[in-house]
Ligand binder design. Structure first.
Ligand code: PLP
Length: 391
């Protein structure tokens, strides 16, 4: 027998380990750690949603559903998207219910990419975009962003990055890890380049509901963009349902049809229990969601003020639940900062470089944590900076 490395698909073998995982492993061995490291709500799924799932099980909902997801859920998704974001999709043909946005992202890339097709990806951004692009045979092309420009990609930058192999622009706003959002004008300028250069857009809008100033604008709602865009949405963040694994993709009928083909062979359908819970979330859980978003909005102020007091430059997050302050001025690299903060003060945050090279010098600090934990974490962080001679 050869060594296992030789049997493995080289694309899989060459994937880098997650930059977040190392810190989780370290933190898992310690006690008393306050974690501001994970990207998940600290809330338990609202009771009415859990209860709907329990009740569904009692009534014997234990079977496969249709590949695209339960019709009633797709109808509820269509209604919700229209009410919330002015997006209109046909529940029969243009909506696919998936196992989280994670599956939707994977399907969208696999349905589209031929070997060597290039995908434009903002940097920094969510850790899965590059590996999923590579696994689908594509070539990730990073669009670096900077704190000074609010971590926003620009139309000019997209235009410059386009080559004859470019097929997709992967948009990710509100952005994980920076909290950046793009306004209607900025999206409009990008949309013009997308149309002129005949690109397609995968728009990961999982944090759309967590937009703190004004309304979330989906690029799919701009003139001429609906047909070229697949929007990915889900329940993990807004409804505190990470463990349920439920998301969806909406877009052009042929594109959604192609994603459904892969999904029907690989996944069959999303779990029926999660679909029943999601139906309840859309029917009766919107107020619960708003209350959680109000909590994040309050904590956002707390976090921004705390970093200001510590003298760490921190752009105000406009969406999602992360702050992305610059710690380069402390004389420590982002990796060093995170490791020392964890070992010395038992506060877990994530180095910005886990999300791409443009995260250099930054740390990601989640505010999906209780006010009590945030207050204590910032007390420890201040102590840490004082001890390291940073004012
Ligand atoms: N997209 C972004 C930007 C995320 O931050 C995450 C999770 O952190 C996901 C997608 C994955 O979402 P899901 O739980 O729906 O698979």
């Amino acid at each position: 027998m050869k060594s296992w490395e030789e049997y493995l698909n080289p694309q899989v073998a060459s994937l880098p380990p997650s930059g977040i995982r190392r810190f989780f492993d370290l933190a898992a061995e310690m006690t008393g750690v306050i974690s501001l490291g994970v990207g998940e709500p600290d809330f338990v799924t609202p009771w009415r949603i859990r209860e709907a799932c329990i009740y569904a099980l009692e009534r014997g909902y234990t079977m496969y559903t249709s590949n695209r997801g339960m019709k009633e859920l797709r109808v509820a998704i269509a209604r919700y998207l229209e009410d919330a974001f002015k997006l209109r999709y046909d529940p029969e043909k243009e909506i696919l219910v998936t196992v989280g946005v994670s599956e939707a992202l994977d399907l969208a890339l696999r349905a589209l990419l031929k070997p060597g097709d290039e995908v434009l990806i903002p940097d920094p951004a969510y850790v899965s975009y590059v590996p999923c692009t590579v696994l689908a045979g594509g070539v990730p092309v990073l669009l670096p962003t900077r704190m000074e420009e609010g971590f926003k990609i620009t139309a000019e930058q997209v235009e410059k990055a386009v080559t004859s192999r470019t097929k997709v622009l992967l948009l990710a706003y509100p952005n994980n890890p920076t909290g950046a959002v793009l306004n209607r004008r900025e999206l409009g300028e990008i949309a013009e380049v997308v149309k002129a250069r005949d690109l397609l857009v995968i728009s990961d809008e999982i944090y759309a509901q967590l937009t703190y100033e004004g309304e979330h604008v989906s690029i799919a709602s701009l003139p001429g963009m609906r047909e070229r865009t697949v929007v990915l949405q889900g329940f993990s963040k807004a409804f505190a349902m990470t463990g349920w694994r439920l998301g969806y993709a909406v877009g052009n009928e042929t594109f959604i049809g192609a994603m459904t083909k892969i999904h029907q062979y690989t996944m069959l359908c999303a779990p029926i229990t999660a679909q029943m819970a999601a139906l309840e979330a859309l029917k009766n859980g919107l107020e619960d969601m708003r209350q959680m978003v109000a909590q994040y909005a309050y904590r956002r102020r707390l976090v921004v003020n705390a970093f200001k007091e510590m003298g760490l430059p921190c752009p105000e997050p406009k969406g999602a639940f992360y702050a992305f302050p610059y710690v380069g001025g402390t004389g420590m690299s982002e990796e060093e900062f995170c490791e020392k903060l964890l070992l010395e003060e038992k506060v877990a945050v994530v180095p910005g470089t886990a999300f791409g090279p443009s995260g250099r010098g930054h740390i990601r600090c989640s505010f999906a944590a209780s006010v009590k934990d945030l207050t204590e974490a910032f007390r420890r962080m201040k102590e840490f900076l004082r001890r390291h001679g940073v004012k």
